[in-house]
Design a protein around this ligand. Sequence first.
Ligand code: HEM
Length: 160
Amino acid sequence: MGIAESKEPEDLLNWEDIKKMKYSWNVANEVLRLRPPSFGTFREAITDFTYAGYMIPKGWKLHLIAQTTHKNPEYFPNPETFDPSRFEGNGPPPFTFVPFGGGPRMCPGNEYARLVMLVFMHNMVTKFRWKKVIPNEKVVIDPLPRPTQGLPVHLHPHKP
Ligand code: HEM
């Protein structure tokens, strides 16, 4: 809202505005934490190692599940609670928050996805109030989260 107020109604968002959208991005990150759109990623063990008491031999294929990583109470106290302030300051330590994976094969689309999400959120919040048509619409995971009825929403433009 601060950015909207600093601009004329017809002004478009620019990159400087996007960089300032810290609170909106904290909100988006908290959504990505609780409902990561991608269920995780795969890796191959390049050496024998032990994790949580399990011996993983070199060459084994590993499946990392972002949703589980994101609910570790050591890094995310009350993990089921929606709390965008978790991302204030330095935010969570590296590799505890992995909606885009991590390391050299991290999602190369992550900055573009951030831009699209922030522009979408900005326009939704500043132009409309909205209401879900089906309040308790079921979300299935097959394997990505998908609202079963296509998430119909009533949009009501703000009065000029
Ligand atoms: C919210 C949106 C997105 C999410 C949550 C997401 C998530 C992911 C994840 C978890 C990976 C695996 C990373 C890893 O193994 O460490 C990945 C890989 C990848 N993503 Fe995305 N992604 C998103 C959007 C995009 C977009 C917009 C593009 C392209 C414009 C893109 C292109 C790719 C590509 C090419 C890879 C494979 C990278 C590699 O293996 O080197 N993604 N993404």
